[in-house]
Design a protein around this ligand. Structure first.
Ligand code: SAH
Length: 349
């Protein structure tokens, strides 16, 4: 086991069988060995800095019906909301004062927000905060839409591929959602010049260690700037309400493997990880993550963006979230920094 981790550390890639073997057989001791190596690499590129992104969840309307997600269109119990451009700018103003230099605009696939409306919002944020990065996370669009958002000033795009295996993808999504289209979106985004993030849920229903090994190979092929992963957490109004959640141990192990596979990558310790364990985000950083994403959404709408059950931080003001995370990072010897926090070694023209 340790030899395989040494091999990954040296070569930054393993075969599918080797990844699968590690994922199936890791122990707490092997995990600790992996995390030490992961931290060494992370410190080499990013020191003890932790980047922060202000997350603005601006709409929970969604035309899609993903079986795992609490804001799927068939969920009649979800109370829908949208933020206006002015609401979004207010979130940015508050965030800027708190030191945020990246704003992540995330939402369901909401047809109300036409390309023109999104372009207008991006322009407004970039005009008011030219020293900040804008990250979009609004799902699958056509190439020309992505181009228009990029031309308007968007810097980064998060689109988790969810699973690299097409059969597994079909077990998590209705038939009309295509894994091939989703992956093509990621390649389009990269070609346009975005800093791109993909990612997946750990422990999603029907996931096998082979699927996770395929996810690792997909990461290696795409070479994203960012990778977002977190445990699957059942949401009580979805078809997956009775499925078991992903585990802390496997999520942390995957974080460590990702750090060794993509040494430069921007890797968030996610809210979902903090939801399944009180110290989940600290443990994520210690397994190789280097980004946290406190919530900047207005408290009035926080509880409505419920992708999964028991999501943390839904009652806290942005400042509380920032301070809390700062203290948590400090407690493990890391520093939250105020900067755009771009990827260190991959540059876009
Ligand atoms: N509509 C956007 C944003 C999706 S929400 C898009 O398509 O990219 C962001 C991420 O939350 C999803 O990509 C998914 O991986 C994660 N997510 C959704 N439901 C979840 C659940 N029940 N448990 C854990 N993560 C979940």
């Amino acid at each position: 086991m340790r030899e395989l981790i040494d091999k990954l550390y040296e070569n930054t890639v393993l075969s599918k069988e080797e990844y699968r073997y590690l994922i199936e057989n890791f122990s707490p001791e092997v995990s600790e060995y992996l995390f030490e190596k992961a931290r060494e690499i992370r410190h080499r590129y990013y020191g003890h800095d932790v980047y922060v992104r202000g997350l603005i969840e601006f709409t929970n309307y969604c035309k899609n019906d993903c079986y795992y997600c609490g804001i799927r269109c068939s969920n009649r119990n979800a109370e829908r909301y949208r933020l206006s451009k002015d609401d979004i700018l207010l979130c940015c103003r508050e965030g800027y004062a708190l030191g945020f230099r990246t704003f992540v605009l995330q939402g369901g696939e909401d047809t109300y927000f036409t390309d023109d409306k999104i372009v207008d919002i991006i322009r407004a944020v970039k005009t008011n905060y030219p020293d900040c990065a804008v990250t979009l996370s609004i799902g699958e669009k056509e190439h020309d839409s992505y181009q228009a958002f990029f031309d308007a000033g968007a810097d980064r795009y998060l689109l988790r591929h969810e699973t690299a295996n097409n059969n597994h993808y079909a077990k998590l999504h209705p038939e009309k959602l295509s894994p091939v289209h989703r992956k093509n979106c990621l390649y389009d985004l990269k070609k346009i010049g975005y800093q791109v993030g993909c990612g997946f849920m750990v422990g999603s229903p029907y996931q096998t260690s082979e699927h996770l090994a395929e996810d690792m190979l997909f990461l290696k092929a795409l070479q994203p700037h960012m990778v977002g992963i977190g445990p699957f957490i059942a949401q009580h109004d979805t078809p997956f309400k009775n499925m078991s959640n992903g585990t802390l141990a496997l999520t942390l192990f995957m974080l460590g493997l990702i750090r060794l596979t993509l040494p430069y990558v921007l890797l968030p310790s996610t809210t979902a990880l903090g939801t399944i364990h009180p110290l989940g985000r600290e443990k994520g950083i210690l397994a190789g993550a280097n980004v946290v994403m406190p919530n900047l959404s207005p408290v009035a709408v926080r509880k409505k963006y419920m992708l999964y059950d028991n999501k943390i931080c839904t009652g806290d003001e942005a400042a509380e979230c920032k301070n809390c995370l700062q203290a948590r990072m400090k407690s493990i010897g890391y520093n939250v920094v105020t900067s755009r926090g771009d990827c260190k070694t991959m540059h876009n023209a």
